[in-house]
Write a protein that binds this ligand. Structure first.
Ligand SMILES: NC(=O)C1=CN([C@@H]2O[C@H](COP(=O)(O)OP(=O)(O)OC[C@H]3O[C@@H](n4cnc5c(N)ncnc54)[C@H](OP(=O)(O)O)[C@@H]3O)[C@@H](O)[C@H]2O)C=CC1
Ligand SMILES: Nc1nc(=O)c2c([nH]1)NC[C@@H]1CN(c3ccc(C(=O)N[C@@H](CCC(=O)O)C(=O)O)cc3)C=[N+]21
Ligand SMILES: [Mg+2]
Length: 291
């Protein structure tokens, strides 16, 4: 048996097309959503993401504002830039690419962003709103994973979901979203004992570990839905956190890397920018772009 391939690339293209339609309607009312992306330092992987974010932002008809700062920029200068972007009515979304250089206090920088413009959903107010079931900006990668899961499975209610990884940007918000959809959620991390057995009970596995091919084929429950968030550069190219070739023999459905979660992250960033724009203008949330 071979798993169904969950085509994140195609889903993301469809999502961007829907966003483009909404943007066109907003522009007819004189509103053009604007996204500011701030990159501190010259990390090559980050530069690739920032470039493709900029291109796709323009493709859906939004304005893209890129700010590149040298790695040794004082934190005060970054905070001053964030203040200017917070105050600028042409900017609806602000993303500060992570990780930041070591001399910066990541939490202080993130929490300086206006929560209404926090399209990453990393500000403590948005984290708290998501955790308490209030209207929030939701982190892009988990939102993209949720969309793929709902599209493939329909209801997630009562499913056993295992999230491997507990980072603030993927694992924890992913667990919150699955819980909101009434899955029974387990979060695993580096101190988890007996991970293979936990995994064998999971109807849904979301792998966000950062280790190439870490999740083995014989950990997968027959028919399970496997979402691979991992992006690992190896000698044989980009691979996920799941041993894809083995897992696809047992899984019911699986996302590939590349072409799975990655494109959904960028599409959801644009979805969040649109959501931030409609909210600041007192308009109702766009259909199907929020959780
Ligand atoms: N496709 C996309 O759009 C995105 C992809 N990514 C990718 O997803 C992956 C995860 O990213 P991120 O969450 O930022 O990573 P982090 O490094 O911040 O977190 C990794 C998590 O994995 C856990 N972990 C590490 N080793 C093990 C182990 N042996 N067993 C179980 N758990 C383990 C860690 O546990 P502990 O907390 O105990 O240390 C930690 O919670 C990376 O490959 C990243 O590149 C990230 C963001 C977006
Ligand atoms: N503030 C902030 N927000 C983020 O959302 C954020 C971040 N910082 N720092 C880094 C991670 C990583 N991330 C990815 C985005 C797109 C792809 C993506 O498009 N991947 C393609 C392949 C791209 C390639 O070939 O390298 C794919 O999986 O098909 C991957 C990873 C967003 N992140
Ligand atoms: Mg991290």
């Amino acid at each position: 048996m071979t798993a169904t391939l969950i085509d994140g690339k195609a889903f993301a293209a469809d999502l961007r097309a829907r966003i483009a339609t909404e943007v066109e309607a907003m522009k007819a009312q004189g509103i053009t959503p604007g996204l500011a992306v701030v990159l501190v330092g010259e990390d090559p992987a980050s530069q690739v993401y920032v470039r493709s974010k900029g291109r796709m932002t323009r493709e859906v008809g939004m304005n893209s504002h890129e700010h590149r700062l040298p790695a040794e920029t004082p934190q005060a200068d970054l905070l001053a830039l964030i203040d200017r972007l917070n105050a600028d009515p042409a900017i609806n979304g602000i993303l500060v690419q992570l990780p930041l250089p070591r001399h910066m206090d990541e939490a202080a920088v993130i929490n300086a962003i206006d929560p209404a413009k926090d399209v990453d959903g990393f500000h403590i107010l948005n984290v708290g709103r998501l955790a308490t079931g209030q209207k929030a900006m939701v982190p892009c990668t988990p939102l993209g994973c949720l969309m793929l899961l709902r599209n493939h499975l329909g209801s997630l209610s009562g499913k056993n979901a295992l999230v491997i990884g507990r980072s603030n940007i993927v694992g924890k918000p992913m667990a919150q979203l699955l819980l909101r959809d009434s899955a029974t959620v387990t979060i695993a991390h580096s101190r988890t004992t007996n991970l293979p057995d936990l995994c064998r009970q999971a109807d849904i596995v979301v792998a966000a570990v950062g280790l190439a091919r870490f999740v083995k084929g014989d950990w997968i429950k027959p028919g399970a839905t496997v979402i691979d968030v991992g992006i690992n550069r190896t000698d044989d190219g980009l691979v996920g956190d799941v041993d894809f070739d083995a897992a696809k023999q047992t899984a019911g459905a699986i996302t590939p890397v590349p072409g799975g979660v990655g494109p959904m992250t960028i599409a959801c960033l644009l979805a969040n920018t649109l959501t931030a724009t409609v909210r600041v203008n007192g308009l109702p949330d766009p259909e199907g772009l929020t959780p």
